[in-house]
Design a protein. Structure first.
Lengths: 407, 407
């Protein structure tokens, strides 16, 4: 008979250790996502939309309607690559005179993050080289860690930046041209063109991650790199090196977990094979809600109010920073996106040490270490301005100033 | 200026090749999922529920209600590990006198498939050994291919099966004890106990994948292996070696993409770190619908009708097989699940060659090769009986018999 009831687990052999990459991960995203539980905490850490923008009644009604009208598509298994109608609508949404897209260029993903995960799966093997804008989105680092990549920094701020040298030999280059996360900076047109040209010259895939593209507050939007690369396809369908990624998380609601990848059909096919073994397919319920929200114009109608709200909040944050922190930090006012990147005047200031003091003072920030693949940059912090109203942003900055006096 | 408009893509350098594992994947699941497009095809290939069982109006109304009542949870980002209330309900659902679970034992996943993907990410590195019931669920093979594992077959049918020897050295052992996919067989109690004992003795994780546990047609359900292992935890919370996986896809609706993992807290924490970089979190909309469907009793209420319908369909399929195919195949009548596993009397019969003939005749089956990690077993086929009504099942078997005459 089994001795299971009398032998405690502690006498069992050691269980297998977890994969190596788990030793290198961080729990900052989990801390941010759960920070809502701390009473009166002002979180400027995450990249969260303003919840008052959610079209609650409209989306609730849509959800009921799409399940009733499309029971097989919403409640059954769907195609791995996404519902054909949604892929079609997305292909039209990003097509232009310079860029011919069909549904074969589109994969629907379970949020923007899944596109990054799938990309790692299809392109990176142990030690594979990723060239990435630095500092960069920590979620992308999380997505690729299980593939044990090596990382080459793309310093797009360097006036001597050599795009061909920077991309050569990489499995892919990762960029966020619109309001880069975490710096909020816009990558200019000449640099976009240079990256596209370098992708063509080196044969490297060029990832254009664009969650913030619709959050453009001032001036005209710049062309997408995938549109700049539209002429790379001799045939009737885009077949160039740019892998464009987007999401409804910032424009409509993150809880739908709907994102997309637009790329050459061969890349879409590879990502589809990876998605099959990742989650089989994205929920038909949320795909159909997303489709109805785009087709009914709800997404486009929501944009002006969103831009107005976020512009005012950016202004409020920058004004508070100017009043309380300009002696300790410098920053650029971003023309869009969700974040201000504040760099300490004192190179020895350590925002990893600032974080717990800030939490004690009732404000949460994202320290620069989590955006550095090597985890070493301690001099800056990312401040979100979309989640909180102006008075809370001002109060958050005052708390941050108080925490700094105790550093 | 850029030469992009004048230089065709074909003159560009080669793009980086895709990861090795993509060369070993199969497109059978995609074929199955898209087989709905072939007119009048009778698909007995996939593992699809009967769509007439979907509680369309109830789920549609729930979706509207949960978005209205919980806008922040449904439309915003949620905790990586799932909504606390849903984790709590799942912990209660699987707790028993022998098994003490809290929400720390539960991870919500985006469908059952995601649990398999995350498991590979946290436990398998290049060449890592997986011991798996064979033949096995092809989706599991798809999920682990990107980790380049090696595979050891667990032949649970072998009377001389040595569980300790079979599990020793493996990162984990993968089993589907209830109505194993693809064979439909129930793993008996002595073997369940032997596997649990072997997991304890070897320190190997033991995966109990249980999508079909509620589809029990005849006799009493057997205890889950995680319950048999409940005494392995000296403390107040389960901390044993069994990793139990479930899903609402068979019990309620696959389109919700809601699954779960129940395991030791350390395993849940590792899987959560992997999920963070995979899709950040599962949709709050579908999580809240799942929670409401479980709490309102809808899921439990749906079970008797589902069991009655599927039992009748199993009987119809087996009767048709007895009438038309008993000279060519042998099978066991399964006491639950979704599949009959039919093995050819002639060891030289090749179901890979049968598949295209069957498709021409208007019926789709799953050939045994796709359930063999080595792709070599060609002698059997898996037939689904849940999707089609009895008359279509009978017609499907007649078409299959016609295809066999042309083989």
């Amino acid at each position: 008979m089994s001795a299971r009831l009398s032998r405690p687990a502690s006498q069992s052999p050691e269980r297998p250790g977890f994969a190596r990459w788990l030793g290198t991960t961080n729990d900052v995203t989990q801390t941010f996502l759960s920070a809502g539980g701390v009473p009166d905490l002002i979180s400027m850490a995450g990249g969260l939309p303003a919840p008052e923008l959610y079209r609650v009644e409209e989306i609730a009604a849509l959800a009921q309607t799409v399940i009733r009208d499309h029971p097989a598509e919403t409640l059954g298994y769907g195609p791995v690559e996404g519902l054909p109608d949604l892929r079609e609508v997305l292909a039209r949404r990003f097509s232009s005179a310079d860029l011919r897209l069909t549904r074969d260029n589109v994969l629907v993903t379970s949020g923007g993050m899944q596109g990054l995960d799938l990309l790692g799966k299809v392109l990176v093997e142990d030690g594979g080289l990723i060239a990435g804008q630095s500092p960069t989105y920590m979620g992308a680092l999380d997505a690729w860690r299980p593939r044990n990549p090596t990382f080459r920094k793309l310093d797009l701020e360097d006036p001597a930046f050599d795009a061909v040298g920077a991309l050569a030999g990489a499995r892919f280059a990762y960029t966020v041209p619109n309001f880069s996360n975490p710096t909020g900076r816009l990558v200019g047109l000449p640099l976009r063109q240079a990256l596209v040209d370098a992708a063509r010259a080196t044969g490297t895939w060029l990832v254009e991650d664009d969650p913030y593209g619709q959050l453009h507050f001032d001036g005209a939007p710049l062309p997408r790199m995938i549109a700049l690369s539209g002429g790379d396809s001799p045939g009737p369908v885009y077949d160039g090196p740019v892998v464009y990624m987007g999401t409804l998380s910032k424009e409509l609601a993150p809880g739908l977990r709907i994102g997309w990848v637009v790329a050459a059909p061969a890349m879409i096919a590879a990502l589809t094979a990876a998605k099959q073994g990742s989650d089989m397919c994205t929920s038909g319920v949320t795909q159909r809600v997303a489709l109805a929200a785009i087709e009914s114009g709800m997404v486009d109608r929501a944009q002006p109010a969103m831009v107005r709200l976020y512009r005012a909040r950016r202004d409020a944050l920058c004004a508070a920073l100017a009043e309380h922190l300009s002696d300790r930090f410098v920053w650029e006012e971003p023309v869009g996106g969700m974040f201000v990147w504040a760099v300490a005047r004192d190179p020895a200031l350590d925002t990893d040490r600032l974080l717990p003091l800030a939490m004690q003072a009732g404000v949460c920030i994202a320290p620069s270490s989590v955006f550095d693949p090597a985890g070493q940059d301690r001099r800056a912090m990312r401040l979100n301005f979309t989640l909180n109203p102006p008075d809370r942003l001002a109060e958050g900055v005052r708390r941050l100033a108080a925490a700094l006096r105790r550093l």
